[in-house]
Design a protein around this ligand. Structure first.
Ligand code: ADP
Length: 210
């Protein structure tokens, strides 16, 4: 599990790490955005919460993620990104995994100060096709507005502006941060400094996992 606030670099690191360790990258936010794009019942329900920068209720989120995990081959390792974010989600994950004889090996917290997070979020753009992440300050695309990888158009996420950013950070530092104690009590927590270059974070992350 990767734990990190919005703008901590969690998604970028998750992609690199999944490739490096051959893990299936399961990002709850991406699952929600897919459901929204396909206008499924779940997607329509989730959209209102997401646009306001609020958490989607646990009963919707937990079953969506557990169902996705259960569709993977039993031998496939998984990297969870964005889930769990509440204690009830973490407990539901533990018991859901137990029923399929799986378990969490490790969670890593990517620590970044809040002032730095705000700067990063306001410059963030993602591509329409696959949500590849760019930043106008720190990681611009070669052609402005176009994804380097798949050529699709870049856009700002509807929840990466003003009040929604503040709200998401408030929820993270009030609620999701409690997961650190939860996994620490299970001796499954590592913490790394996320306030360094993406390359340095990746190395620190790999060392922590080893
Ligand atoms: P971020 O972490 O930057 O907010 P994500 O793409 O991970 O972005 O999530 C986008 C939105 O999807 C969240 O603001 C929330 O509304 C919803 N979401 C994602 N994961 C969860 C979760 N585990 N529990 C509840 N809501 C979630």
């Amino acid at each position: 599990i990767l734990i990190g606030a919005q703008g901590s670099g969690k998604g970028t690191q998750a992609e690199l790490l999944a490739q490096e360790l051959r893990l299936f990258h399961l990002a709850s936010g991406d699952l929600f955005r897919q459901e929204m794009a396909e206008e499924t019942e779940l997607g329509v329900k989730a959209k209102a919460f997401m646009d306001r920068g609020e958490l989607v209720p646990d009963e919707i989120t937990i079953s969506m993620v557990l169902n996705r995990i259960k569709r993977l081959p039993a031998t496939q390792g998984v990297l969870l990104d964005g889930f769990p974010r509440t204690i009830p989600q973490a407990k539901a994950l533990d018991s859901g995994l137990q029923t399929i004889k799986q378990q969490i090996d490790l969670s890593v917290y990517i620590d970044v100060p809040r002032t730095e997070l705000l700067d990063r979020l306001s410059g963030r753009y993602i591509c329409q096709a696959h949500q590849h992440v760019y930043n106008i300050h720190s990681k611009p695309s070669h052609v402005p507005g176009i994804c380097d990888i798949d050529g699709s158009e870049l856009m700002q996420r509807s929840d990466d502006t003003g009040e929604a950013i503040q709200k998401r950070l408030n929820i993270f530092f009030a609620e999701t941060i409690q997961l650190l104690d939860y996994y620490d009590a299970q001796h499954k927590l590592a913490q790394i400094n996320g306030n360094q270059s993406s390359y340095q974070v990746q190395n620190t992350l790999l060392e922590a996992i080893e």
